[in-house]
Design a protein around this ligand. Sequence first.
Ligand code: BES
Ligand code: MN
Ligand code: MN
Length: 481
Amino acid sequence: MPTGVDAALGWLRREEKASIARLMDWLRIKSISTDPVYAPEVQRAAEWAASQLREAGLSVEVCGASTPAGVKGHPIVMAHSPGAKDYKGPHVLFYGHYDVQPVDPVELWESPPFEPVLKPAVPGGPGERIVARGAVDDKGQVMMFLESLRAWKDAGGAVAGGVKLTVLLEGEEESGSVSLEKFIRDNTATRLAGCEVCVISDTGMLARGRPAITYGVRGISYTEVTLHGPDQDLHSGLWGGRAPNPNNELVKVLAQLWDKDRRVTIPGFYDAVRPLQQPEREEWRRLGFDPVEALKKIGYGKDADVGEAGYTAMEREWARPTAEINGVWGGYTGAGAKTVIPSKASAKVSFRLVADQDPDRVRTSFFEWLRNRTPPGCRWELTDLHGGPPATVKTDSAPLAAARRAIERATGVKPAMIKSGGSIPVAGLLNSILGIETIFMGFGLDDDRVHSPNEKFEIDCFRLGARSHAVLLDELRVVTA
Ligand code: BES
Ligand code: MN
Ligand code: MN
């Protein structure tokens, strides 16, 4: 009879169908955090996860959360395992999120977003996969971890493989983690006491069959801006040329956000940006990433490989900040033509940030930049929606070395060291409040359609991830932090 990690890996192999079936149950719960209509579903998804953790032998609480202004947030699931008596490794905090993005445009889904389906492999295309909202971001990835816990327990190993473990599952990640900072501060000395390193499975691999550890994610500052003009909508024939049009004026101002080199023009925007170093640029070049191949997969030709001058696509994603207009609206957007000058125009503008940029400072200077460009007769309404700092991880820590060994043992492949342009606000918070580092060990692929219709998670990726987490629990035992 195998024991320890071999038993856990055997269990994962034998029980894979049941693991996938459990994931599908979770995916049926519509935990869209940004839309208050789904609050009961978000609650249900939290309780579902709590029951899984209980079955894996942990002690579990579903905690209430609220913003600093006292607005009720979505629940945070906390769980603890005591750790084996002889356990010498670090006290690990596992973080994941059980909330998901909205599903729109829903008509582009080939199957309903909350009715997960298992689709067979396509030769030369994606492998066997689960299609559903949240399949990879992040329920499927959290599930790899939950199943590794179940494997250790059910195969006769200790709870969590004997590792001293705290689990925090959040329900607001996709809407800016607005209750999280207060929760972490309120629980530093209690529910989060003693945590020494964080593990997060919410990132991607370098490519199919090329597992990776992500050692940095970008921060974000997300705003909504509205330009108010006349106190009523106007006939664009009678008033066009006589009264400023908020649509015209808004897009003229926003178009000034970038110069001809596609650099952001807000004064001081790059001041805190750590310049890229030559050795790191060379390491990234050696990863052999092909930006034109990647563009092809999203329907772009090679002339679309543009961005801030002087940097490769990978450098632009991993190490340079950007400004994006996520949405822009105003006036008439229905069918046919209507001649109108609207009374207001709006946009959702966000900035992706890199070390050592500060989301509050970036937002403040953006708002000041807008005020300095207030179009004649108009007025701004400026709203901060959310923000989170960038996170860069030390690459020479003992827990990170354990994760590298775990992935290699579990998959037979040495993990690539990569960064990601996405944002996971909790990592920066944990670093600044608790002083701990995060290991991002994720198993998504860049064609998983994260946040888009037909989001998927490939079964091969799930398998690699579940195995890697099971072995990580084993490796952590020999780590002295
Ligand atoms: N898991 C993603 C971020 C991600 C995806 C990082 C792939 C690395 C690789 C996360 O759920 C996400 O979508 N984050 C938001 C953050 C925001 C809402 C504060 C993002 O990046 O837009
Ligand atoms: Mn995520
Ligand atoms: Mn996401």
